[in-house]
Write a protein that binds this ligand. Structure first.
Ligand code: NAD
Length: 499
């Protein structure tokens, strides 16, 4: 178990750390073929952590051919599920053994609080690997209900070469949600982390190798979306593309698949999730505390963030006051201070985007109830206060568009029907929450909400046992749970006539 480190101790560890910015192809760390790099800049202080290989088409060719060769050789695909399980369980153990190093990489690279990286991201990554590994030798294929002279076998086969393109907000977890089922089912994988947060994924590759994943089966290509990402998405020898990121890029990936080899495309995209609080919510203080964490956790850079707080008009003013009070626990602090709950925004561009939305909220006439300021400019880092806008209409930009920062829009309603209508009036459908003590209202509202996850009397529940994904323009397919295997396998029907 790790001991609780002080900020000084984390800073000392960071100062002695060496950062690896190389690609990992066919079991070997290497620079980009072109020799090009980009700087990995920490949002904590604007300092360069290291130079990172800027992979493009040439590196994609190498990685795809290594992945294809490893797949066709059967070195991983044809290994018994129980053996793959063992390797993936070792991989999960190694993640936990390196928890401090991985957590620190995550914090330095993308700005989240070290306590969250240590207690949240790293264990969740290990859990995704171990839960999925444990499942893989317990999933059976099927026999069709045939007449006596026939046998209909319904079997799952690995799909082949899987490219996983992931975002920067939970770099390790988002990677693990793809890697775990892809590797467990016998595929060969190329992971492209976000250019904003590639360091933990690069480190993960070495741990995978140490665990016994054969060369070529797991490759990591750091690089930009328009170079490495696009080349992977258009590649004729990539069989499956799994993605977490914005809805705009998700749509583009569907086009790339159509323009190339019709590779399977599975998308986890954006959200604008409604958090509906009825006047009869069982515990308004708890509801307010969770409304605050739903917008401030991970600096609001969460696809399921509760960005639209729909509050029954009769309690709205009182409830907003409680949320504002609860947000005092979520004021920005230094990400390496173990007491910090709200860290740095991932980079300058994202910070400017958030500030732009705050300005637009003011211009559109919403009432700023708290926050709204950039802070700690003197550090060279990217920090913004959790911000609440009251008296928002669902048509305002701040309520309609995904901000991906700690900016909450409070929208009043008077009836359950109106709450449902506002909640569903969005292009997204990732998540939603309902707070009420009335079991009928809870169920009816939950049923009417067009979202992949609905939480009743809490926010952001679920674990590896439950599928995660979106309705509408929040995506297709599901991560986590046994349903995730659907993305990474082809179903084959083999029909036998007995004579
Ligand atoms: P993004 O779409 O900008 O980038 C995601 C990934 O796609 C990155 O690796 C990027 O390099 C790559 N990319 C960009 N352009 C590409 C192109 N033309 N071709 C191929 N790849 C390309 O998203 P982001 O800013 O990294 O992450 C934030 C977004 O992720 C938000 O919209 C958020 O809602 C979403 N997200 C969704 C979930 C979910 O499970 N639904 C989870 C986390 C984040």
């Amino acid at each position: 178990m790790s001991t609780v480190k002080t900020r000084d101790a984390w800073e000392a560890m960071a100062a002695s750390m060496t950062f690896n910015g190389q690609a990992f192809i066919n079991g070997r760390y290497c620079p980009a073929v072109s020799g090009e790099t980009f700087a990995s800049i920490s949002p904590l202080d604007g300092q360069v952590l290291t130079q990172v290989a800027s992979c493009d088409q040439a590196d994609v060719e190498l990685a795809v051919s290594a992945a294809r060769a490893s797949f066709e050789s059967g070195v991983w695909r044809d290994v018994a599920p129980a053996k793959r399980k063992k390797v993936l369980l070792r991989f999960a153990e190694l993640v936990l053994e390196h928890r401090e190093e991985l957590a620190l990489l995550e914090t330095l690279d993308m700005g989240k609080p070290i306590s969250h990286a240590l207690k949240g991201d790293v264990p969740a990554t290990a859990r995704a690997l171990s839960w999925t590994a444990e499942a893989i030798d317990k999933v059976y294929d099927e026999l069709a209900p045939t007449p006596v002279n026939q046998i209909g076998m319904v079997t799952r086969e690995p799909i082949g070469v899987v490219a996983a393109i992931v975002p920067w907000n939970f770099p390790l977890i988002m990677a693990a949600w793809k890697l775990a089922p892809a590797l467990a089912t016998g595929n060969s994988v190329i992971l492209k982390p976000s250019e904003k947060s590639p360091l933990s994924a690069i480190r993960l590759a070495g741990l995978a190798q140490q665990a016994g994943i054969p060369d070529g089966v797991f490759n990591v290509l750091p690089g930009y979306g328009h170079t490495a990402g696009k080349a992977l998405s258009l590649h004729m020898d990539v069989d499956c593309l799994v993605f977490t990121g914005s809805t705009g890029v998700a749509k583009q990936l569907m086009i790339y698949a159509g323009e190339s080899n019709m590779k399977r495309v599975w998308l986890e995209a954006g959200g604008k999730s409604p958090n509906i609080v009825f006047a009869d919510a069982p515990d308004l203080d708890r509801a307010a505390a969770e409304a605050a964490s739903a917008i401030a956790y991970n600096q609001g850079e969460v696809c399921t963030a509760g960005t639209r707080l729909l509050v029954e008009a009769s309690i709205k003013d009182d409830f907003v006051a409680r949320v504002v009070a609860a947000l005092k626990q979520w004021q920005p602090g230094h990400p390496l201070d173990p007491a910090t709950t709200c860290g740095a925004i991932v980079d300058q561009a994202q910070l400017e985007r958030i500030i732009g939305y705050i300005e637009s909220g003011k211009q559109e006439g919403a009432r700023l109830a708290t926050g709204g300021q950039q802070v700690f400019q003197e550090t060279g880092g990217c920090f913004v206060e959790p911000t609440v806008f009251d008296d928002v209409s669902n048509q305002m930009k701040i309520a309609a568009e995904e901000i991906f920062g700690p900016v909450l829009s409070v929208i009043p309603f008077t009836t359950a029907e109106e709450a449902i209508q506002i909640a569903n009036d969005t292009i997204y459908g990732l998540a939603a929450a309902v707070w009420t003590a009335d079991i009928n209202k809870a169920h009816k509202t939950a049923k009417a909400l067009r979202a992949g996850s609905v939480w009743i009397n809490h926010y952001d529940g679920g674990d590896m046992t439950a599928p995660f994904g979106g309705f509408k323009q929040s995506g297709n397919g599901r991560d986590k749970s046994l349903h995730a295997f659907d993305k990474y396998t082809e179903l084959k029907a083999t029909w036998i006539e007995l004579s």
